[in-house]
Design a protein around this ligand. Structure first.
Ligand code: SF4
Length: 348
């Protein structure tokens, strides 16, 4: 673990999710989409949450934001943010925190920008709601400063423009400005923030994220399916599969020595010389993430796709075991497989 990661972990966490389970109500009963998740994010830390579509990572983020869809039901657990439990706060209090001390940057900026309102109006509206003490004239000044800070050129003129008049990269910069304009964000949730952008713009937006995260000392939960993005920005990584966390590790440890067969599979298909390359999408591992509505199988949720499956894998669900400083793995065989993985690396 890096010194920064150790420091972030030893301070009291900004976000502490314990035993969180979320289900969707369906005609034939409840379908669990997030299962007994524990996740900790230290002050000023960037935690990458990686997994395929359908692994539950966006629902986990929406539970933290208090924006779960109507058909979702929290079955249990707690979400502590700066000492209070978001699950037990009145919705009005959670709404006040959202956009103020907790913010989101979505994959598609148009989901947070209103297409029929000028950029300036949208930015100043956030201040009106969350920072009413800032006077009307000062709000526009602050909006321009914020656009400057996130690298929007001709910031003054942009205030009068509509979102459709901006490129995708500029729209994402404006979405980031909106997320941070209150000036006191402690937890930023970035949900696939660069996926909708082309490669050059992705790199610029990631650089911006890293710069802002460091200057504002925010904790960032970075949700992505792109291991290149994780390698470039995160200090720790949590790998999610079928609604469960299957591995948590420092980013360098995870890339150097993955312990869960799923993580190993993800990393195996990255080019050797570019294992931490900027643009490395999750590879295809044979099979697919089980549908949440499929009957819950006994044993390990990854067993149907795992080349290392043995009898116990079908009988008992593996617990999330501690596997060294700051590491945990959900696999019956992680200890003996780790040695095998290392031997295989030595041959490559
Ligand atoms: S518990 Fe068994 S099936 Fe699951 S990942 Fe480990 S070896 Fe594979």
């Amino acid at each position: 673990m890096t010194n920064d990661a150790v420091a972030a972990q030893s301070a009291s966490p900004t976000l502490d999710v314990r035993g969180l389970s979320v289900a969707f109500r369906r005609r034939n009963g409840l379908v669990r989409v997030v299962r007994d998740v524990d996740l900790t994010l230290g002050p000023g830390e960037v935690l990458g949450l990686v997994g395929e579509s359908g692994s539950g990572k966006s629902i986990l983020a929406r539970a933290v934001l208090g924006t779960l869809p109507r058909q979702a039901e929290v079955l249990g657990g707690s979400i502590a943010f700066s000492g209070g439990d978001l699950m037990r706060m009145p919705p009005s209090q959670v709404r006040r925190l959202r956009g103020d001390r907790i913010a989101i940057v979505p994959q598609e900026p148009m989901t947070s920008l209103n297409p029929s309102l000028r950029i300036g109006r949208q930015l100043t509206e956030v201040l009106e709601v969350h920072r009413p003490e800032i006077r009307s004239k000062e709000r526009s000044v602050r909006a321009v400063e914020m656009l400057d800070l996130v690298g929007v050129t001709y910031a003054d003129e942009r205030l009068a423009q509509y979102p459709h008049q901006l490129s995708g990269g500029l729209r994402q910069r404006v979405a980031i400005a909106m997320a941070l304009i209150c000036g006191r964000v402690e937890l930023l949730i970035a949900d696939e923030p660069t996926t909708a952008l082309d490669v050059t713009i992705q790199a610029q937006i990631l650089d911006l994220f890293v710069r802002l995260q460091k200057s504002q000392r925010m904790s960032v939960l970075l949700i992505t399916h792109d291991l290149g993005v994780i390698a470039q920005t995160a200090q720790r990584v949590a790998v999610m599969y079928a609604g469960e966390i299957v591995e948590v590790a420092d980013v360098n440890d995870l890339f150097a020595s993955p312990r869960h067969p799923y993580t190993r599979g993800l990393l195996d298909s990255l080019p050797r010389s570019g294992r931490v390359a900027r643009k490395s999408h999750l590879p295809s591992i044979e099979g697919s993430v089980p549908s949440p509505s499929a009957a819950v199988r006994d044993g390990c949720s990854f067993a149907d796709r795992c080349a290392f499956r043995i009898a116990i894998c079908d009988q008992q669900a593996p617990p999330l075991d501690s596997a060294g400083l700051g590491r945990s793995v959900r696999c019956h065989r992680w200890a003996d497989l780790t040695a095998g993985f290392a031997r295989r690396d030595a041959l490559l």
